[in-house]
Design a protein. Structure first.
Length: 132
């Protein structure tokens, strides 16, 4: 017995408690961060190798998914063009469609090598020249 009056085996039971529902921990996608359903998102951030670019959602004019390999998702935000390359990008397009995408980032190498789910392999932002 310990100072609490209980034996260690009774204090720290590793047996599953079947009378309680399991706690479900939502998995964050490797490619970014989503808002909860019904949550209002006012801005989106694209995390590229050269920096992070944030835009108000209302600045996004359109996005086009090109399914030829590698898949490409092109987003117009004001005079900027955001180009996303990877696989199974329809999930990311759907997150944009629903207004739930908060952050988009390139997958870590360990995720890019897997064949499971959406993966962003390249992300770039190009700004139009001032005279264009």
């Amino acid at each position: 017995k310990t100072g609490t009056g209980q034996s260690p085996s009774k204090r720290m039971s590793l047996k599953p408690q079947l009378d309680r529902p399991a706690v479900v921990i939502p998995a964050s996608p490797a490619w970014g961060v989503l808002a909860e359903p019904g949550e209002v998102v006012s801005s989106i951030r694209f995390e590229c190798a050269d920096g992070a670019y944030s835009y108000p959602y209302h600045a996004l004019a359109r996005w086009v998914l090109q399914t030829a390999l590698p898949e490409t998702l092109v987003v117009q935000a004001g005079k900027d063009t955001i180009t996303i390359r990877g696989r199974q990008l329809a999930t990311i397009r759907d997150a944009l469609d629903s207004g739930r995408l908060r952050v988009l980032k390139v997958a870590a190498l360990r995720y890019a090598a897997t064949n499971v789910g959406s993966v962003v392999t390249q992300l770039s932002v190009e700004s139009a020249k001032p005279n264009e």
